[in-house]
Ligand binder design. Sequence first.
Ligand SMILES: Cc1ncc(COP(=O)(O)O)c(C=O)c1O
Length: 611
Amino acid sequence: MKLKSHRAPLYEALLAYRDSRQRSFHVPGHKNGQVYRALLQKEENAYADGQAAKHNESHLGKEPLEQSQLHIVEGEQLAAGERQESLQDNTLREEKDQEEQSQPNIVPTRAFLEMMRLDVTEISGTDDLHHPEGVIMEAQQLAADCYGAEESFFLVGGSTAGNLSLLLTVCDEPGSIVLVQRNVHKSVIHGLMLAGAKAVFLEPWVDPTSGLAVMPSVKTVQAAVQAYPEAKGLLVTLPNYYGMGADLTPIARICHEAGMPLLVDEAHGAHYGQHPELPASALSCGADGVVQSTHKMLSAFTMGAMLHVQGTRINRSLLRQRLAMVQSSSPSYPVMASLDLARRLLHVQGAQTFTAGLAAVSIFKRGLAELPRFRLLQPAALLQQELSAEVEPADQTAHASAAQPEQMHGQSAAELGHAAAGYTAQDPFKAVIYDGLGILSGYGLQQQLEARGCIPEMSDEQYVVLLFSLGSTEEDAQHVLLALQDISSAFAVEGDLLSPEESGEHMRGEKHYISTWNNFQEKATYYSEPIPFSLQPIREEHTIVIPINECAGRRSAEMVIPYPPGIPLVYPGEHISPTILARIQLLRDEGAKFHGVTDASLQTMKVMKNE
Ligand SMILES: Cc1ncc(COP(=O)(O)O)c(C=O)c1O
């Protein structure tokens, strides 16, 4: 069958259903919005009657007196003090009257009612997500074609549903060992719990310049795969929330040589590979199963996501069964149709889909370059390239020394060389900015931006992530630039930009030292022991709180998450090695904050009682 990329079969089926005006004797109970349309009709009739009555009265010369006029007439007969009290009484009375008289508005807007016409269920012609044979099958085939998969599955529960079902597929028996990047979304942890799997956690690679964690390095993957050849697969997250990443191809190769599938949580990269300026997609790098939140960086409704698979390493019939387990048997058709439409937009327009969005990004970046106060996170190589491109040829020698890595965020050449290995790609749509003066934290900058009508995607202690997309406009870029300009003036510092010491740039280094894993990778193992996950909660009576310096060798009963970067150092059930313990204590003493622990001061920890 020839695929017709300009068609949106599922969306079209919904329109056809709406236009057929068939009578519904099936769910949903709102009957395509009929329940509200009947009320709306009643309201409109009442309004029309009221208007007609008003018209008649005015024609008879009896203009009805407004409630407020009545109060003024009464008030005029009272002394000034009494009038005040009377006005208050009247206001209260008015409010009470209004409460009793006015009907709360219980009818949704017409736009919402129009949407309800498309909210159908599995009936003749609309297919079945869990046994697709008609329009859903066609829509999914078109999606596979568009994203370069062998088979694509629509998800109505976000990437969450994709991660759960992938893990439940590869971990096909209790106690299955699976290699997992340590810093993952909670849906991955929940998948491990549901599957009763044992996770070998791989340390993420940490960019020394920013202190932000990306996926594990090739070296780490190699070591873990060699140590656990029986593992059922490797799961990594790429890109991270900040849009940072690196080439997945060597990691896919290592997995495949060991006969393992590579699963990629590409929740933030549904647009990858679709434009020359965007990083390569996980599928094109060889991943076997890829989860994408189409609602995050493309144009689907919230909860709309896709799972793409290729090759034979993932058992597809088991995957279908797992998808049916974790997804509703009444999936939302508007969400699925929005996936069909998001795919069609991309399929028909190709790379051009991103032209306007990328233009907005480029306006923003050019404008930001004129506001040296605010800086942009970029891979070191790209930063160097841009710095070199900025100077006149005659100045190049001088500039080359000016752009010495040592002077970029106080990082050594060796560190930046290392940086090039794990952070080589940045999603251009994620503009990660920070205050170069170190005055505003990421949270503070977010607050200031919000006060000026710009709502960022997220912030941490240092950075703010501004998420652009194919839907962003030049006006968006201009607006945020104006906001930043205004913030810059409102939080100005006398004189020029401060020296690194004054500006807190050196603090960035220090903060990163405590919040990242810079020395950690050299000293410690790259991967954990297998940590068992299950649905059984840890029972309080099996735990004990002890002084932290007695914790080495014990199994933790809580998660220890230094923040930032928010990577769990220890999962419940994991042995606390002396190295990890030293790391926790160091971070604590340096002032890091911790999530997940019972005692935030980390003088004590909750551990499992000795068996
Ligand atoms: C890395 C990552 N994976 C998975 C998810 C879950 O995606 P969804 O919200 O589409 O279920 C998120 C959500 O933010 C995420 O950041």
